[in-house]
Design a protein around this ligand. Structure first.
Ligand SMILES: [Zn+2]
Length: 352
């Protein structure tokens, strides 16, 4: 009896010892990402944030409430009167703005005393953001595209040659934490669409794109000797003229203006700078609107092509007549004399 009584007493004593209610931990995870520990930057707006809490219960335990607090400290969501040992809830951040959020668990005892615990919180980053621009297209068969990015990673670039419809492989880009870039070898005269894609850490993707005609022009070839002493650049030329020349270089390899196979053979066949002593005052060469094309073997084919509807399609509007230009083809993009331009499906032939 005494033994039994002692046993009961022992049990009774034990059961009357107060046990503390204790909130063991609060953990945050993303359904896509698994556990996230101490990674407060790993969420983007629109993510679903999984909130888990473990509650160690004692005899005085009654219930607990879970609150999510927004960056201003307001309760924006709550789950009250929870009683299970562990708590799990997926919170959808879809309509919430970027900022720092906190999870707050408050456990109540039968005595109505409360014990609370706050999580370290988590940061909702804005959705991934990326932009693209052409940074260099200086005429050496290479385009550099790039831009900035935020809250994004795994940046890749798709490139399509729009002119002939060929798709170029997806490439990994260079990036440094804020800027990204890629140097893309291209064929001059062709138009390209560059599309950049970035993912955030949950796999959300964002695209940006730009279209550009690749220049394939050597400035030395279209400038006179000593041009560097003046403020002339590739911008001194009409861009349609340059793209026409780039396309002619694709179709008639070997075509040149001033520089033949790397050797300067002419001075004033391209841009005529302000110190030019020759040619007409109103020449299209002086405004970067004309080029005198040379070719060692295919000059007549080149002329026929330029004078055809194909030439007009490239943007060539005027060509000087052959007898006046026996060893070159003068092309320009100036407005023809409409009254004299009989066949408007082809460039206008003028007599200089
Ligand atoms: Zn000319």
């Amino acid at each position: 009896m005494g033994s039994n009584a002692q046993g009961i007493q022992t049990i009774a004593t034990q059961s009357f010892l107060p046990k503390r209610t204790k909130i063991e931990s609060i953990k945050l995870s993303s359904p896509n990402q698994g556990w996230v520990r101490n990674l407060i930057d790993k969420f983007n707006t629109g993510d679903k944030v999984k909130i888990e809490a473990t509650i160690k219960k004692g005899d005085e335990f009654m219930h607990y409430n879970v609150y999510i607090k927004d960056p201003n400290g307001n309760d924006i969501d709550s789950k009250i009167n929870q009683t299970a040992n562990s708590f799990s809830y997926v919170w959808d951040s879809d309509s919430n703005s970027a900022g720092n959020y906190t999870v707050w668990v408050v456990a109540y005892k039968t005595s109505h005393e409360a014990e609370d615990k706050k999580s370290n919180g988590f940061k909702l980053n804005p959705a991934p953001n990326i932009n693209i621009e052409v940074q260099e297209n200086t005429g050496n068969g290479n385009i550099r595209v790039g831009g900035t990015y935020m809250y994004a990673e795994n940046i890749t670039l798709d490139c399509v040659n729009i002119t002939d419809g060929t798709e170029i492989r997806i490439e990994q880009c260079e990036f440094d934490g804020k800027n990204w870039w890629y140097n893309k070898p291209v064929v001059g005269g062709k138009e390209y669409r560059f599309a950049v894609r970035a993912f955030d850490n949950k796999g959300q993707e964002k695209w940006a794109q730009v279209e550009e005609i690749a220049e394939n022009i050597d400035l030395e070839d279209i400038m006179p000797l000593g041009w560097e002493s003046y403020n002339y650049t590739i911008e001194s030329f009409d861009s349609i003229l340059l793209s026409a020349y780039a396309e002619l270089k694709n179709r008639f390899p070997g075509v040149y203006v001033n520089v033949k196979n790397g050797v300067r053979v002419n001075t004033w066949a391209g841009l005529r700078t302000q110190n030019c002593p020759i040619g007409a005052a109103g020449s299209a060469h002086k405004t970067g609107e004309a080029l005198d094309l040379h070719h060692p073997t295919k000059l007549s084919e080149l002329r026929s092509f330029c004078e055809s509807a194909e030439g007009l399609k490239l943007g060539i509007r005027r060509i000087e007549n052959e007898p006046a230009t026996p060893t070159w083809v003068h092309i320009d993009v100036k407005q023809p004399n409409m009254a004299n331009w009989n066949d408007k499906s082809k460039p206008y032939i003028f007599y200089g």
